[in-house]
Design a binder for this molecule. Sequence first.
Ligand SMILES: [Fe+2]
Length: 543
Amino acid sequence: MASLLFSATILLILFNLASALHCKIPTTLDGPFGPVTVPFDQSLRGNAIDVPDSDPRVRRRVKGFEPEQISLALSATYDSVWISWITGESQIGYNINPLDPKMVSSVVRYGKVRRPILPHEARGYSLVYNQLYPFEGLQNYTSGIIHHVRLTGLKPSTIYYYRCGDPSIPAISEIYSFKTMPVSGPRSYPERIGIVGDLGLTYNMTTTISHLIGNKPDLVLLIGDVTYANLYLTNGTSSDCYACSFPHTPIHETYQLRWDYWGRFMQNLVSKVPIMVVEGNHEIEEQVENQKFVAYSSRFAFPSEESESPSTLYYSFKAGGIHFIMIGAYIAYNETADQYKWLERDLANVDRSITPWLVATWHPPWYSSYKAHYREVECMRVAMEELLYSYGVDIIFNGHVHAYERSNRVYNYTLDPCGPVYITVGDGGNREKMAIEHADTPGNCPEPLTTPDPYMGGFCATNFTTGPAAGKFCWDRQPDYSAFRESSFGHGILEVKNDTWALWTWYRNQDSENKAGDQIYIVRQPDICPIRPKVTEGWFSAR
Ligand SMILES: [Fe+2]
């Protein structure tokens, strides 16, 4: 009997040990990892259907000049937050009559308690933008009045209540609340940061957003491709392949009402949780006089001025001990460009004793092994990779490829313990469908000359010169830089635990909210990966 009990105890210990080993979350210290491809679940095949204009979640629910499409964005530091909203109706047609932005004031009343009154008031500015197509038969658009107000002097990690609108009409919102970011420091981090790209406004996307809300993010990063309004003609006709369906339009049209629908759908989340957006190719939206990114730049508030950027297309901000850099892929990025010079200055000013984590994002990935957009942005990688590497960027988030992929630490296509981890989360669920083909599958490798993105310019993608794929344009197996890839819609959550450890979890839409599709601790090693010291005042002033 005693020996039976002993054997059972040993078995239990072994079982617990096996379970513990099985459940252990890997860390980047265990890497580099052998490449993993999760086989595609064919049941996920099928069209992604856009939410129609008849859906109550996207219809205008306010009257007169009451605020709608209310959203929050962080400023560059914890003590300041942007609040944005829209008043008045947008118009689309052959004869539009833009509203006067001065006719409605931009006022936010706010405070740390909601009763008896919100004691503070901030005022901002308003604008209207037009999307004009001066071609026979195309309709023009003019927005409602877009308001942006910046609150300043806020306390860290504090809940604030606010109402926005114009009290003189009166047309003012109900009371919403948000929590400010923690003070920046090596032991101070937001708990959960939701990260996703390529959302659009489909029934897949609505699942992604519900799932994301269920994970209670303190902050959301949207890595480009917001509404996909440019999959529509101005008359509201749509297709999930614009170029295939509408090859003869005189300009690439858009249907700007999709932006209004998106703003209404997202209000439930982004009126309470700040959203930080970087532009994707679907935000280019060229129009009259070659204007681009007009809806994107008008509708969102960006901490560009606060981070000394001259553009809405690239900027930086802090969230606790994390310094985020949002980089524009569809604007000049070479060494002589304004963006590059700004990036050099911004990186030089990062104090890693205050913000140990340095995270960069932009839309199209440098390290992807999917066939879609394979090596499409090589010129950008060639121009910027060394700079980011030299400053020890820890994690890079991208979108654009409609699937999930996590890299090993890599630099210049070589596994490197001090290189960033690249994570592609273009899996928000837009209507262009999922990326399921890999460039390393026989017959899938694209012709190099076909790969550059026409918006990016240049041609830099040549055959590899070293490594297992030397002499070839594609690998003949999953590349070593690719640690994990899976074609599914979903989103990720970044939880920075301290100055060296951060937990990354990828959630698939088809799973329950607490089931991880991919999970890893990303571990910084400043001891073996020294970071270039902050430059001297003399160097900086000589820029
Ligand atoms: Fe994209």
